[in-house]
Design a protein around this ligand. Structure first.
Ligand code: PLP
Length: 398
């Protein structure tokens, strides 16, 4: 009975094809390069315990109460200052509001802008969660190719020139999920120039931005924005805790105002208690020192995984070298289907999983890549997993 009653938009809302593979990650003998989780050993649990008890002692009444839909004023103020420091963006607290992670920002952006069959331009490949959020608003997609310098902006110009009804371009410029690559400075500027020229918005989704462990930090695309075309999404998930479900939107105040109305309709506000925790954590401790520890650990693990790949993977396999974030993107010869070989041999024989590339494309998926996460496994498991996987890949890459 139910399917007939569901709204037509539900036809586009489907579980991801990788769900069943990822379910295998919970089996104790499986080595998972599949998830995108930060390393839980790096959560600042002791400090957060102290911060929590201070909040309860001094501000319990407020922290357990409803608050404003756009978020705790002191946290918005701190984030406005932090946007300048970490992204080169000048903004005021009224140009920031707090969301349930970056994920909610994607939903609200699509809800604000997308009528059925409007076009969203995404990178190819792109973040699965972005597609999940956008699909409910029934958009059409155009996709723009990627290389080691991020979105190919020449290809983007062709798309914008030839496609009516493009509403926004969705990009993950820093340590892309799933590719791990970073958009060059030149392309950031060109992307904005094209958005201005063709009158479209940009959704700059950058939850990994502060987890840079190599190379020079690049300014956010939003830092060059003179026409209020960029909606910037930040997140506490990778720098503090994903379980706190806190992120933020930085955008023109008129856009913030509308998105906050949509947020109020969806969930009233983010958890006051969690916003207090993030706010007081930043007040009582040095969050940059904490982020420094994350960077050191992820860099070590990234270097180790790439070294193991170099030693164990066959010629014919290649991978990206991320300067930050949590993922590298493995490319196999075109005739190999990464999902099929994982199901047939890599999971049953090597007890290893990764995320096959198929789900990262809104259309015409490429199947010969895989997203490999290095943040969660110990070096020993990385060594074991990559060597076992390499032995099987050698059978295919002949
Ligand atoms: C590219 C990208 N955007 C957004 C998110 C959403 O993160 P959160 O909602 O936890 O902030 C993620 C999470 O992994 C991501 O990889």
């Amino acid at each position: 009975m139910y399917p007939e009653l569901f709204a037509s938009r539900m036809e586009r809302v489907k579980p991801s094809s990788i769900r069943e593979f990822l379910a295998a990650a919970s089996q104790p003998d499986v080595i998972s390069f599949g998830g995108g989780f930060p390393d839980p050993a790096l959560f600042p649990t002791e400090t957060l315990t102290q911060v929590f008890s201070q909040i309860m002692k001094n501000d319990g009444g407020q922290a357990l109460q409803y608050t404003a839909s756009d978020g705790l004023p002191s946290l918005r103020k701190k984030l406005a200052a932090r946007m300048k420091k970490t992204a080169g963006v000048s903004c005021e607290a009224n140009e920031i509001f707090i969301t349930q992670g970056g994920q909610q920002g994607m939903d609200l952006m699509a809800k604000l802008l997308i009528n059925k069959d409007d076009v969203i331009v995404t990178e190819r490949p792109t973040f699965l969660g972005g597609l999940l959020a956008f699909n409910a608003y029934e958009p059409q997609y155009k996709t723009c190719g990627m290389d080691n310098n991020g979105m190919k902006v020449d290809e983007l110009e062709d798309i914008l020139k030839n496609t009516p009804k493009v509403k926004f371009i969705y990009t993950i410029p820093d340590f892309h999920n799933p590719m791990g690559v970073t958009m060059s400075l030149e392309r950031r500027k060109k992307l904005l120039e094209l958005a201005n020229k063709y009158g479209v918005m940009i959704l700059e989704d950058t939850p990994y931005r502060e987890v840079r462990y190599e190379g020079e930090a690049l300014p956010a695309i939003k830092s060059f924005d003179t026409q209020n075309r960029v909606v910037f999404l930040g997140s506490f998930s990778k720098i503090l805790s994903p379980g706190m479900r806190l992120g933020w939107v930085a955008a023109d105040a008129a856009i913030v105002e509308k998105m906050v109305l949509l947020k109020t309709a969806a969930d009233t506000q983010c958890s006051t208690l969690n916003m207090f925790l993030a706010d007081r954590f930043m007040e009582m401790t040095d969050i940059d020192e904490h982020i420094g520890k994350l960077r050191d650990s992820y860099k070590r693990k990234k270097d180790f995984m790439l070294q193991m790949m170099q030693e164990h993977f066959p010629a014919g396999a290649s991978w990206t070298n991320p300067e930050g974030g949590l993922f590298t993107w493995l490319t196999l010869p075109e005739y190999i289907d990464s999902g099929k070989i994982m199901q047939e041999r890599i999971l049953p024989e090597a007890r290893v999983i990764y995320v096959p590339s198929e789900g990262f494309y809104p259309q015409n998926p490429e199947r010969n890549h895989a997203r490999m996460n290095y943040s969660c496994m110990s070096e020993e498991k990385i060594r074991l997993g990559i060597s076992r996987m390499g032995a099987i890949l050698k059978d295919y890459c002949k």
